[in-house]
Design a protein around this ligand. Structure first.
Ligand code: NDP
Length: 333
């Protein structure tokens, strides 16, 4: 399997190239950048044979079977449609697109073309989150009553570009982080939020975009979900909690790209530590992508998961902007 990178991005260099190369027989053959000099440097730094500035030229290469799209968010839609039309499998970064209609179109196009389409939601691959989901599914905490997500961080200096000042490129903490939390909660509870209320703020970094948001989601089962995402919290730990009739699951430092953190259950007998695997999140995700391409399963997060996480994020944005409760529109899918 030969991969082309669409986007000379930090996430590609920092995590995904290694995760792609960790799969048996997978090679990264080319990269697309809008800037030929940056693309050439990126290719050289990452030991990639070819760099392109023209998407069609990259897609025309016989040694590109699949593409990983990690450009800024407003570019995902057109680039994914072009790759799908060229018959390539697609791994696309979150959020899939700027609008729900675009995201649905991407997933539908992949279905029609019979190529695999996956969304790069990494958290559901973490050993910590897999352990949490198993605890919930096995009934360890009884009937789940509520969930709390703590995902307020300090945005690293090197990421303080389009994320904090460019709404047209998909900046803001809601498309950046809330979309991951939507996927993670859906993964754990196995159901999709129906309605949200929210408030957002610019609390130090955001210029023309929100850098902080708090929201409350109504789930079909009645579980209440509370989520907090921010770019401006220097000393806040991340975490997720699920509270049930028979116990509570606590997890700290688990809303991260690293295979770290702490998980424990509190119940009538006290505190019980939970052990979990510490594999690389992105390597596991690409292993499932490999299976899916070979017709032996589904990606960790598929296109519909990307549509649904975007739908929740868009509802949070609309609720924060309007001050009203907003029903989540999944576009009829
Ligand atoms: P970057 O800012 O690193 O890259 C985005 C684009 O910016 C690149 O495609 C590149 O354009 C351009 N660019 C990169 N470096 C420079 C530079 N030094 N000067 C000018 N332009 C530059 O974005 P991220 O890697 O942080 O994010 C990319 C995508 O991945 C987003 O959709 C984001 O939401 C997602 N993401 C997902 C994560 C996950 O864990 N799933 C984690 C982080 C990001 P060009 O290609 O034209 O050269």
């Amino acid at each position: 399997m030969h991969w082309g990178l669409i986007g000379a991005s930090r996430i590609a260099a920092g995590h995904m190239i290694a995760a792609l190369r960790a799969q048996s027989g997978w090679k990264v053959t080319s990269v697309l950048s809008s800037d030929s000099a940056r693309g050439a440097v990126f290719a050289q730094d990452n030991d990639i044979a070819s760099s392109f500035t023209d998407l069609d030229a990259l897609l025309a290469q016989s040694d590109v079977d699949a593409v990983y799209i990690s450009t800024t968010n407003e570019k995902h839609h057109a680039q994914a449609l072009a790759a799908i039309a060229a018959g390539k499998h697609v791994l696309c970064e979150k959020p899939l697109a700027m609008t729900l209609e675009e995201a649905v179109e991407m997933v539908q196009a992949a279905r029609d073309k019979r190529v695999i389409f996956a969304t790069n939601h990494h958290l559901r691959n973490a050993g910590s989150h897999l352990a949490i989901r198993d605890l919930i599914r096995s009934g360890r905490i009884g009937t789940v009553l509520s969930a709390r997500v703590f995902h307020a961080v300090s945005l690293p200096e090197q990421l303080r570009g389009w994320r904090i000042d460019n709404p047209a490129a998909g900046g803001g903490v809601i498309p950046d982080i809330a979309v991951h939390d939507a996927d993670t909660v859906r993964f754990h509870l196995g159901e999709d939020p129906v309605e949200v209320v929210a408030q957002s703020a610019a609390s130090g970094l955001g210029r023309g975009v929100e850098d902080s948001v708090m929201s409350v989601w109504k789930m079909p089962s009645g579980v209440m979900v509370q989520a907090h995402e921010s770019f401006t919290h220097r000393f806040a730990a991340t975490g997720i909690e699920f509270h049930g009739t028979d116990g509570s699951i606590y997890a700290r430092n688990v809303m991260t790209q690293q295979p770290v953190g702490e998980v424990w259950v509190e119940d009538a007998q006290g505190r019980h530590e939970v052990t979990f695997d510490t594999h690389d999140l992105y390597v596991r995700s690409m292993s499932l992508m490999d299976d899916a391409i070979r017709g032996e399963g589904r990606p960790s997060a598929d296109g519909m998961d990307g549509v649904k996480s975007l739908a929740v994020a868009l509802a949070i944005k609309a609720a924060a902007d309007s001050g009203a409760a907003v029903r989540v529109d999944y576009g009829g899918v």
